[in-house]
Design a protein. Structure first.
Length: 360
């Protein structure tokens, strides 16, 4: 059953759609183009919801009509059949309406910066960071997204102490936003002669890209910008110019380095966009923590130190601790087959939001 507060909200939206129709058809509608675009966007957003509400009201009307027919002995059987069908239909419509009433995450369509950092476990942790990067890259390929390396710090045996990539495509954040947190691996390292299982960990941070650096208010006076010579493999041009850039955001202590391009200008621009995303991410996490405090949220509590997942190689299993999901197809998962996992996390998040909507 839809709660009275939800029905009141739907009635309000239906009235608003009528009002928008009139405003958009009025003579001076296009005199203020910004306002016109805003109204058109609002119309496009609430139109499908109001149409669905229209179907819901029609089915309610059909039930009322069929209930009147129950009094007629000749029509009783037919009327009961109509009522049963309509009740199934109305339950479906109620769920669809509730889902459409859920607050939208404005970041869902954004590109992301994905950071993977090796944690406890030394070389084995760095190798696993490389495996995680490959997993996300393969998943991105399956979705026809682009992956660009922003900065990397490789470890001696291969893998990464830290790597940041930018993933560009449709709805990237919506699919990967639940990946932030601690990822634990249990396996026999290639360097282990005794065949003992080791446990190590990496942390992953998924941050929506800010539309513009202007999306996040950064005061130039709060920045310290240092240039230095790039280190690592890179052929002849490396170490000849101070093209690498390090930006420190003094109030938050956030430090971003970028040395992937020969041009200092490009490195600075890339570092600024990562900095903006990190600051936006801190703001988002503060907001999520406040929301999580008002209701027990399994997902997106914003705590990076929280262990969210274990990858157990000897048993070929992956367990996501937030939703108690265990899948015995680790090879496929490490090859980027994350669909079942991302869908389960989204469904759980949606169920939480629906429960919160019901309580409000």
């Amino acid at each position: 059953m839809l709660k009275p507060s939800m029905l009141a909200k739907l009635d309000q939206l239906a009235d608003r759609l009528v009002e928008l129709d009139q405003l958009l058809m009025s003579e001076g509608a296009t005199s203020n183009m910004d306002n016109y675009r805003k109204m058109t966007r609002e119309h496009a957003e609430i139109g499908p919801l109001v149409a669905l509400y229209g179907n819901y009201k029609q089915v309610e009307h059909d039930i009322a009509t069929a209930q009147e027919l129950l009094q007629d002995p000749e029509m009783k059987e037919f009327a009961q059949e109509e009522i049963n069908e309509a009740k199934d239909k109305i339950a479906e419509l109620e769920l669809d309406l509730q889902k459409m009433l859920l607050p939208k995450d404005e970041n869902d369509e954004r590109n992301i910066f994905l950071e993977i950092r090796a944690g406890t476990g030394g070389d084995e942790s760095a190798l696993f960071a490389g495996d995680l990067l490959r997993m996300y890259t393969r998943y991105a390929e399956r979705n026809r997204w682009q992956v660009e390396v922003v900065s990397e710090s490789q470890s001696d045996l291969g893998g990464y102490k830290e790597v940041i990539v930018r993933i560009v495509g449709n709805g990237v954040y919506s699919k990967l936003k639940f990946e932030s947190g601690g990822h634990r691996v249990q396996r026999v390292p290639a360097t282990e002669a005794q065949g003992r299982i080791h446990t190590s960990a990496c942390t992953v941070a998924v941050m929506p890209e800010a539309d513009e650096v202007a999306d996040v208010n950064i005061n130039p006076a709060d920045l310290r910008i240092d240039t230095f010579r790039a280190s690592g493999a890179g052929g002849q041009h490396i170490n000849k110019t101070d093209s690498a850039v390090r930006i420190t955001h003094i109030p938050s202590g956030i430090v971003v380095e970028c040395q992937d391009d020969r041009s200092q200008h490009k490195n600075k621009a890339q570092a600024m966009s990562v900095l903006a995303a990190r600051i936006k991410d801190v703001q988002l996490r503060e907001q999520q923590s406040k929301e999580a405090a008002t209701r027990k949220s399994l997902i997106g509590s914003g705590d990076r130190s929280e262990r969210i997942r274990t990858y157990n190689f000897p048993q070929g299993r992956m367990t996501d601790h937030r939703i108690n999901l265990t899948l015995y197809k680790l090879d496929f998962i490490m090859d980027g087959d994350l669909q079942e996992l991302t869908q389960a996390l989204s469904a759980e998040h949606q169920a939480e939001l629906l429960a919160a909507l019901g309580d409000s």
